[in-house]
Design a protein around this ligand. Structure first.
Ligand SMILES: NC(=O)c1ccc[n+]([C@@H]2O[C@H](COP(=O)([O-])OP(=O)(O)OC[C@H]3O[C@@H](n4cnc5c(N)ncnc54)[C@H](O)[C@@H]3O)[C@@H](O)[C@H]2O)c1
Length: 408
């Protein structure tokens, strides 16, 4: 008899059962995720894992000492009693952990951005499907009632014809950020080589490590992937497309002097059928902030985590409004997203931010960065997941892994 596949080995969880979770990565987001899940009556944390003792110990304490604290993620995946894992490590670890968890028969809540590269995302999606795992991308805006209502309103023609969306993240952190932990060197127990994992070997640098990994290409894609995974995901949902037709990006790390690599100024434009979507990163001026503005012939929607407002367009000298002004408040995004994941773990339905949506939205962000770094626009073949006729761009759709780590 052949080996049990992961999906047949996993336990069947009844509607009244508690879902036993393992948290991998107890940093800023991991602790928030833990707090969110522990508020759900049918979730409990059986294990929490982190390489950095203070964060792991804090997470154990948050469970009232009930969760086991471990440093090696493989111990979480070996634990038969764990139904699902939360992957809240830096982006360069998402693929290895999600694939290993799916192969071990666990459902997965993987933080956004789903992947570090396009090829990783494809392997992750394949692992989820072949093991019949529920995998929720941690793009909690997908569980926002205002986002769902906005998508419906726009698709129903409520704003008139919509052909333009702008999305972005603007703030002022000039001249840059500082190391947030271990600024004077790693604590004795910290396994920096394990933190690096599949990424290239380097001497310890506190600025590359906790939180600020986001500004280094080896571990992340900067604000393009960090916030693009939220707002461009919604823009793509509104546009109703799987992928862009064409992408053009410009930018760089022009002003910040903190040693980071990813752009502090970046503009990326996407053509998605008859929709033009523009992405802005600004780390050097907050200006008049925006996250998502949707421009229609009858009104303009400002869509944020707090809710949405619609300002009517007007016509004629008398400025007659073309529609009623609208507004809607938002819900608890994190709570709703965790709830949706737990419900899907039980029902085996696809969650609100199913891994396939996470993969497609991460592709938008990765292509934005590749275009920016190459300094040329790119077309995209969503079936082959390739940039037609551009070997240099295609080489940037994946990364070599440092041994002994392998993608699949
Ligand atoms: N959904 C959201 O709104 C949201 C918000 C913030 C962060 N995030 C995502 O969460 C992830 C983590 O971000 P963060 O800000 O919490 O980073 P962080 O640096 O604060 O925390 C990451 C933790 O992972 C640990 N870690 C790294 N490699 C590990 C390994 N191999 N095994 C065990 N532990 C390991 C680190 O020691 C660290 O404590 C990122 O992918 C980020 O994009 C999502």
């Amino acid at each position: 008899m052949g080996a049990l596949s992961a999906w047949s080995a996993a336990r069947v969880i009844g509607a009244n059962d508690r879902v036993r979770l393992g948290l991998i990565g107890c940093g800023g987001r991991g602790k928030q995720d833990l707090e969110t899940f522990l508020k759900q009556p049918d979730a409990e944390a059986a294990a929490v894992c982190d390489l950095y003792d203070p964060f792991r110990e804090k997470a154990v304490a948050m469970t009232g000492g009930r969760a086991q604290g471990v440093t090696d993620f493989r111990r979480v995946l070996e634990e038969k009693d764990i139904d699902a894992v939360i992957v809240a490590v830096p982006d360069h670890w998402h693929a290895i952990l999600t694939i290993a968890a799916c192969d071990a028969g666990k459902d997965v809540y993987c933080e956004k951005p789903l992947s570090l590269t396009v090829v990783e995302g494809r392997h992750m999606l394949d692992a989820a499907r072949r093991n019949r795992r529920v995998v929720q991308t941690g793009s909690q805006q997908r569980s926002g009632t205002q986002y769902a209502a906005a998508v419906k309103l726009i698709r129903d023609g409520g704003l008139g014809k919509v052909h333009r969306i702008r999305a972005g993240m603007q703030r002022n952190i000039y001249p840059g950020l500082k190391a947030s932990e271990m600024a004077n060197g790693p604590i004795a127990s910290f396994n920096w080589d394990m933190w690096l994992g599949p990424a290239p070997k380097r001497a310890f640098d506190p600025f590359r490590c906790i939180y600020n990994f986001r500004w280094f290409w080896d571990y992340s894609g900067g604000q393009m992937t960090n916030w693009g995974a939220h707002h461009l995901d919604i823009a793509r949902w509104i546009a109703g497309v799987d992928a862009p037709d064409e992408v053009a990006g410009f930018g760089g790390r022009f002003a910040l002097t903190d040693g980071g690599e990813t752009p502090d100024v970046q503009e990326v434009t996407y053509r998605m059928g008859k929709m033009v979507v523009a992405w802005t990163t600004s780390e050097i001026a907050a200006g008049k902030g925006f996250t998502l503005d949707i421009f229609g012939t009858r009104g303009v929607m400002t869509l944020t985590r707090g809710g949405f407002t619609v300002a009517p367009e007007t016509e004629g000298k008398e400025k007659k409004p073309l529609m009623e002004a609208l507004s809607m408040k938002g819900n608890d995004l994190d709570g709703a997203h965790a709830r949706n994941f737990l419900d899907c773990v039980k029902s085996r339905q696809r969650p609100n931010a199913d891994i396939e949506e996470g993969h497609r939205s991460a592709i938008l962000c990765h292509l934005g960065n590749i275009s920016t770094r190459l300094g040329r626009s790119l077309k995209w073949d969503p079936v082959k997941e390739q940039v037609p006729g551009d070997a240099e761009a295609n080489a940037m759709l994946s990364r070599p892994y440092r041994a002994p780590w392998k993608l699949a």
